[in-house]
Design a binder for this molecule. Structure first.
Ligand SMILES: [Zn+2]
Length: 396
């Protein structure tokens, strides 16, 4: 039986050169001290040591490597001890088994996990905000119109709003006449623009990919002339032609696909959170898109020979409507079905404001003055379009 030996001699390599240095090694319960020369010493935690892969079994020489945090690219400091008692003394005093992998490896894995938890969301956020929109926009501009139409149809079928089962033919005809007049200004556009009337009393209109436009009764009631409604319809047609909704939806889809690839089932809650954010993003357009739709919409109104002041008037009314809503002074006249969830209100999906009205006015002022041809001059607009839906038509 041998007494535990606590001091050994060995060879030290600094990992940077092949130079071998004779050292004295002192073992203590917590650490190992490696004395170089001239009073220089290294103090190593046992947890940061591992046996070199060349060191196998219980026979000397024993090779130990010291792993330092952050020194991945520099060489490893190492010790070689040619003493049969070294390994057992070390294991006894440190309580560390000293296999080729030590605690340090476990710690590295823990650091990696912590880093992953912190870094992956940041990375996803960067992807979400930076890469995905750009990529999605590129994809959206390449997809065929027929694909957009199918996408729009799918969205239409999934919308939680009841469309009028049989809208009054005269009302439908009036809206179609406005659309036809607007499209005369852009005869080569590839979409089959279709109007759907929702009986819900919301001041809203929604453009879906591929040419589906939903107009809510609340918006029809706000428009006091065909020209006023034409302003909003021109804006919505531009969302279709400029593929704004397609871009939003592809962005949301891309995010979801990427997320499920990257996160998989490991982090369902994050997946869900981001996909919900994606849906909201998909339904509303950016301010830049809104401005674009305003500007191009007004161009369309002017090209179609429709009075542009009516479009300006309607956007002023929308602004006033928004102010009423935000002040909570909205009329209580409407029925229980007039309780729109926030996304269906025009102004939550279409940021209004006097600045957009000012921009439109400026655009009109710059436009070449010409005479405008009245829209549907023989139609009694109020009687045809403002008619309130029957209560049982209010849908869900
Ligand atoms: Zn819009």
């Amino acid at each position: 039986m041998s007494a535990r030996k606590l001091e050994f001699t060995g060879a030290y390599f600094d990992g940077l050169s092949a130079k071998k240095r004779e050292v004295t090694i002192h073992l203590s319960p917590r650490q190992m001290k490696v004395s170089l020369h001239k009073g220089q010493a290294l103090v190593w935690d046992y947890a940061d040591l591992r046996r070199n892969s060349a060191s196998i079994g219980d026979n000397p020489p024993f090779h130990l490597e010291h792993i330092e945090a952050g020194s991945k690219h520099s060489g490893l400091k190492s010790l070689t001890v040619n003493d049969a008692a070294f390994l057992s003394s070390l294991q006894q005093i440190s309580g560390v088994p000293l296999h080729s992998s030590l605690k340090r490896a476990t710690r590295s894995r823990q650091y990696a996990l912590v880093l992953a938890v912190l870094v992956v969301p940041l990375f996803l956020y960067g992807l979400w905000k930076g890469v995905i929109p750009q990529l999605s926009d590129r994809v959206a501009m390449q997809v065929p119109v027929s694909w957009e139409e199918k996408l729009g149809q799918t969205v239409l079928e999934g919308l939680p709003t009841a469309l009028a089962p049989t809208p009054a033919p005269a009302k439908e005809k009036a809206l179609k006449a406005i659309i036809d007049r607007l499209l005369e200004a852009d005869p080569n556009q590839p979409y089959d623009i279709r109007i759907y009337i929702s009986p819900l009393e919301m001041v809203n209109a929604v453009a879906l990919p591929g040419g589906h436009i939903i107009v809510f009764q609340g918006l029809l009631n706000l428009a006091e002339s065909p020209e006023e409604l034409a302003g909003v319809l021109a804006h919505e047609i531009q969302h279709v032609l400029l593929r704004h909704s397609t871009r939003g939806i592809i962005r949301a889809l891309t995010s979801q696909i990427l997320l499920s690839l990257m996160v998989g089932d490991m982090n369902g809650s994050m997946d869900l959170a981001l996909s919900v954010a994606g849906e909201i993003d998909g339904l509303s357009h950016s301010r830049k898109m809104e401005r674009e739709a305003d500007r191009q919409g007004m161009e369309m109104i002017l090209a179609a020979g429709i009075d542009p002041d009516a479009m300006v008037r309607l956007f002023e009314k929308l602004d006033a409507h928004e102010k009423l809503l935000t002040q909570g002074k909205k009329s209580k006249e409407s029925g229980p079905d007039d309780d729109p969830s926030s996304w269906t209100e025009y102004l939550s999906t279409h940021p209004a404001g006097l600045d957009r009205v000012a921009r439109l006015k400026k655009q009109v002022a710059k436009a070449e003055k010409k005479s405008y041809t009245p829209l549907l001059p023989d139609l009694n607009w109020g009687d045809t379009v403002h008619r309130k839906p029957r209560p049982n038509q209010n849908g869900i």
